[in-house]
Design a protein around this ligand. Structure first.
Ligand code: 13P
Length: 254
């Protein structure tokens, strides 16, 4: 069975309003009828603009983070229920920047994933090892723990709304991309692990690769049997590059 390739942009804390308007107008001029699943995750203050522009074009809109509670006294947090209410489709959970800069550990990430799913937001759950962990041959142990702890207690039917993103920390924003074979080997491991240990259905789970994906290296990655697209940071900020990545996804035959 072949899985549709996803191209999800994670804009992180970038873009002014004028940049968002510019991206929207450039993308709107282009034909979006490409055979790939598209999504963008702007800063939360720009979500409504993106939803208004893209919802009818079939481009999914994601939040970069959400609270572990639906409502309450959590100053500065974004309610998953309120995100769903304005038209957000999915949220990232467990991005390495949330793990390392904001100290989010397994427990809070597990709560966030569960609450998002309960509020009908789909989840893109991110995992990945540091360079030190890779060099010490700990990659698979780290991934096992992040997946098992982060997705603990989620029902089989809710897991069908979870997409996984493998983002080796050493490849994020560094220009140092994992080779297609390196990424493929890890994706293969993740697919086997989540189907054997976590009730995912092996052939149905989407596993995206993230870490310095750009138009010049996307083809090699997207062609791999177990890589179902990209979670793209820097290269998703410019409409031209984002569109090029979607075209590459559209042309990729597996
Ligand atoms: P870069 O594509 O900028 O390396 O970022 C990857 C990432 O963190 C996407 O979530």
């Amino acid at each position: 069975m072949s899985r549709i390739i996803h191209v999800y942009g994670n804009w992180k804390m970038n873009h002014l309003k004028s940049d968002v308007i510019n991206f929207i107008s450039k993308l709107s001029e282009s034909v979006i009828e490409l055979d790939c699943k598209q999504g963008v995750c702007p800063q939360s203050i720009h979500l409504s603009m993106i939803i208004e522009a893209f919802a009818k074009k079939g481009i999914l809109v994601g939040s970069q983070n959400c609270s572990h509670e639906a409502f309450g006294a959590f100053t500065g947090d974004n309610s998953p229920q309120a995100l769903k209410d304005i038209g957000v489709n999915f949220t990232l959970v467990g991005h390495s920047e949330r793990r390392s800069i904001f100290n989010e550990g397994h427990e809070i990430l597990n709560l966030k994933a569960k609450k998002a799913l309960e509020c009908n937001l789909d989840v893109v759950f991110c995992v990945g090892e540091t360079l030190e962990e890779r060099e010490n041959n700990k990659t698979f142990d780290v991934l096992k723990e992040q997946l098992a702890e982060g997705l603990k207690g989620i029902s089989k039917s809710d897991l069908s709304r979870v997409i996984l993103a493998y983002e080796p920390v050493w490849a994020i924003g560094t220009g140092k991309v994992a080779t297609p074979m390196q990424a493929e080997e890890t994706h293969q491991f993740i697919r086997k692990f989540v189907s054997e240990e976590l009730e995912f259905i092996a052939e149905d789970v989407f596993i995206l690769y993230g870490g310095s994906v750009k138009p010049s290296n996307a083809k090699g990655l997207f062609e791999m049997a177990n890589i179902d697209g990209g979670l793209v940071g820097g290269a998703s900020l410019k409409a031209e590059d984002y569109l090029e990545l979607c075209k590459i996804a559209d042309r990729t035959m597996k």
